[in-house]
Write a protein that binds this ligand. Structure first.
Ligand code: CLF
Ligand code: SF4
Length: 292
């Protein structure tokens, strides 16, 4: 399926959101306000630095009170910004910070698109609050819809004060994700699926992920090649053939986004032209501190 097949009701988003495949001239700002996570993915390594270009990395965690000032500065630096996203560095729903930010954004910048990224565990409880906060698009990371596969990708989930692991945790996570996708799509929120491609675990399962999430209401999917790190540091990254096969399998059921830059949690700018170093004044910081 082509990105042109995303439902007409989302046409305003499609024409203005750089992660839906049709608006490369528009930019996004990520506000790194969400440090905690409620699950443990085995490939995840969160980090604070300004070098690495990957999810889970940020210069620092931004206090919610400073977020609107950063939005103002980012728009000045990059007037093409049309989307404000919150993508960690942990999970955007594990703390209240992201929804607090989106409520302020709706008040102060009603023309900007609010975009939230999550592992989906809390979606059944929070879908209505997400809609009420003015979020327009939600990315749910779904790496398997089979608990036997998901159980090999996560270590544990934290739910209602308890820690679950193994197939029981995997089944709860998948059920929460699919219920959440259904609720969000009923609330007219565009749902994008991110899927980390780990060839030996879910390489033959990508079509099924796309089929099941499309049936739940997802509008588009993005396949992200595994960055070998954490428990998977010694695993091979997918090659071009792996990625092409996965995209072809997914494309039978959902449009595929092909321009992902695996953004940092504090990214800013066009997908191909990041200006976060200017936004956070990395150059002057380097001039000031000689010991780093
Ligand atoms: Fe950010 Fe993600 Fe929203 Fe885009 S990124 S929260 S949907 S505004 Fe985009 Fe970056 Fe790929 Fe994400 S290029 S990692 S898909
Ligand atoms: Fe890391 Fe995101 Fe997984 Fe949490 S949901 S463990 S932040 S990759």
């Amino acid at each position: 399926m082509e990105t042109s097949q995303i439902s007409e009701k989302f046409s305003h988003l499609v024409m203005n959101h750089p992660c839906l495949g049709r608006a490369p001239h528009r930019g996004r700002l990520h506000l790194p306000v969400s440090p905690a996570c409620n699950i443990k993915c085995r490939f995840c390594t969160r980090s604070f630095n300004r070098r690495e270009n990957r999810p889970g990395v940020t210069r620092s965690v931004l206090p919610v009170a400073e977020a609107m000032e950063v939005v103002a500065q980012a728009i000045q630096l990059c007037p093409e910004i049309s989307v404000v996203g919150i993508a960690g560095p942990g999970d955007s729903l594990a703390t209240d910070h992201a929804l607090d930010c989106f409520r302020r954004l709706r008040e102060e910048y009603p023309d900007l698109i609010g975009c939230l990224s999550t592992n989906g565990l809390s979606l059944p409880q929070q879908a209505r609050a997400i809609a009420a906060a003015g979020v327009h698009s939600v990315t749910v990371t779904v790496n398997a819809v089979d608990p036997a596969i998901q159980a090999q990708i996560i270590d544990w989930i934290a739910l209602d004060g308890r820690r679950l692991s193994g197939a029981a945790a995997a089944a709860v996570l998948i059920d929460s994700q699919l219920t959440g996708i259904r609720l969000l799509s009923e609330l007219n929120i565009l749902v994008k699926i991110n899927c980390v491609l780990i060839p030996s675990l879910n390489g033959a399962h990508i079509g099924e992920i796309a089929r099941v999430t499309a049936a739940a209401g997802a509008a588009i999917i993005n396949i992200i090649p595994l960055i070998p790190q954490g428990d998977f540091a010694d695993w091979p990254a997918p090659d071009c053939d792996d990625l092409q096969q996965a995209r072809s399998a997914a494309e039978r059921f959902l449009p595929v986004f092909r321009h992902c830059r695996h953004c940092r949690a504090d990214a800013c700018g066009l997908l191909g032209r990041d200006v976060s170093a200017e936004l956070y004044r990395d150059v002057s910081a380097e001039n000031t501190f000689s010991h780093g």
